[in-house]
Design a protein. Structure first.
Ligand SMILES: [Zn+2]
Length: 477
């Protein structure tokens, strides 16, 4: 099928949690799908919940989420039929349902007015309202701030006094392919974050930088026990960081909460858990453990997790980054993790059937069924060796399988990234389009630890309208 021969008919379907996204005009076109049993079954299955808008003759709309297995057929055919307009995204559907273009029965299709602007540019992503769930305070400093804080306390351990050189050094130091090496750069950032003033400044600048990047909701985490070398109490550390977050948020279009992290290699997790609950009304929304994963399973900290759960508070756990399925299983089934920091190794529980389709093992199925969010940080995951390259990162497959995938930065300084750049890399490498970026953003907001009413307001009042506006009016190239 040649793109130029296509009639002017949209062939997309809207279903599930993304149904009714603004800016897409369509109606169900039975004639288009009647020849194809898979598509017919799809329409019947979603008929009760599909939100369609009858505006264009002989057309229907499908956006996919958990219905991907079925819906992919259509997207595949649709995209393969207009390769000149969709480009790299065209082959995405082939993993689950192969076959040449045109065999699905979608005989009349056209990407319509949405096609040209359907792949967001870097600048468009920057302007989109984004949600960040996994960002370390001590991994996101401005290089110049590191230098100035070091000067202020007489710390002479920095490898360079030039901001650009220092920034490059952090990224090079992090990019060594293993988690232990990745963590070494934190020696310097932590060295300059031992006073209240330094914590306030770093937290304030963190929020400023996130707001400048178009982040509208963020949960920033830090480990209070690592900021006590100059004598601060755990409460003083938290209060200083929260003050910085407040100062940074003041007057900016961003909401930022804190997560308190306990070091999994230490034995202070219960104290940190109590600390997090103690500050729940001041801006702390959850508890986390981090650090070298191998040899320090989350079950070593069961008393801390029990405390958090018994106080009706939230848990996310770094798991499946430096270690495999056992770590993820313990985090979810023993410790009550609602989200997983990274969770990359869940791919180890997904195999391929003889016909080439993916088969989920029981843990992977549970993670997907329970909508446990994966806080994936693609560049960091390459740097720590959780995956060998971005091209081999499982995020593309997990997205297609409908896992609750989210995208985060982890450590903006060490990885040399922003949330915008991370999302844009996914566009480049996996052919993600606007619907993917919006889906990832909504996933993150749904899995945030803010209260439900706040999440709902962000989704319906902030994120969806802004994405609809951006998608309907692409920025000039
Ligand atoms: Zn992390």
């Amino acid at each position: 099928m040649q793109a130029e021969n296509l009639p002017d008919v949209v062939a997309v379907v809207v279903a599930g949690e993304d149904a009714g996204v603004a800016g897409v005009e369509a109606e169900v076109g039975a004639a288009v799908v009647a020849e194809d049993p898979v598509l017919l079954e799809l329409l019947q299955a979603v008929a009760a919940s599909v939100a369609t808008t009858r505006t264009t003759a002989a057309a229907f709309v499908l956006l996919i989420d958990s219905s991907w297995l079925v819906g992919s057929t259509l997207i595949f055919s649709w995209r393969r039929s207009v390769p000149d307009r969709v480009g790299a995204a065209g082959a995405q559907g082939s993993l689950l349902r192969g076959g040449p273009p045109g065999q699905t029965g979608v005989t009349r299709c056209h990407a319509g007015r949405r096609a040209v602007g359907d792949v967001p540019t870097l600048e468009e992503i920057r302007q989109a309202p984004k949600v960040l769930l996994h960002d370390h305070l001590d991994g996101g400093l401005r290089p110049q701030t590191v230098i100035e804080l070091a000067d202020g306390i007489g710390y002479d351990g920095l490898p360079s006094g030039d901001a650009a050189t220092l920034g490059s050094w952090f990224t090079a130091a992090a990019n060594r392919g293993h988690l232990v090496g990745y963590l070494e750069g934190f020696r310097h950032t932590l060295a300059v974050m031992q006073t209240e003033d330094a914590l306030v400044r770093v937290a304030r600048e963190c929020v400023e930088d996130l707001a400048d990047d178009g982040v509208v909701y963020a949960e920033v985490r830090f480990a209070p026990e690592l900021h006590q070398e100059a004598g601060l109490s755990l409460d003083q550390v938290v209060e200083a960081a929260l003050e910085g977050l407040r100062q940074g948020s003041d007057g900016r279009d961003i909401t930022v909460y804190a997560l308190l992290t306990a070091m999994r290699t230490a034995a202070r997790s219960l104290a940190i858990a109590e600390l997090s609950v103690r500050h729940r009304d001041a801006g702390v929304v959850g508890f986390d453990i981090a650090g070298a994963e191998k040899g320090s399973p989350p079950t070593l900290h069961l008393d801390a997790f029990d405390y958090v759960r018994h106080n009706n508070f939230h848990i996310t756990i770094h798991a499946g980054e430096g270690f495999g399925l056992a770590s993820i299983w313990e985090a979810v089934q023993h410790c009550g993790a609602e989200r997983l920091g990274h969770g990359v190794r869940i791919i180890d529980d997904i195999t391929t059937r003889d016909d080439g389709t993916p088969r989920l093992g029981p843990l992977a199925a549970y993670i997907r069924d329970r909508r446990i969010a994966l806080e994936m940080c693609p560049t960091s995951n390459v740097h720590t060796g959780a995956t060998r390259s971005l091209e081999e990162h499982p995020i593309g497959l997990l997205r297609r399988l409908g896992f609750r995938v989210t995208v985060s930065t982890d450590n903006r300084l060490m990885s040399g990234v922003t949330l915008t750049s991370e999302l844009h890399r996914l566009v480049e490498v996996f052919g993600f389009d606007w619907s993917d970026v919006q889906w990832l953003t909504l996933n993150a907001m749904k899995s945030a630890f803010a209260h439900f009413d706040e999440r709902l307001a962000m989704i319906n009042g902030r994120i969806k309208p802004a994405f609809a506006a951006l998608r309907s009016t692409p920025l000039p190239a």
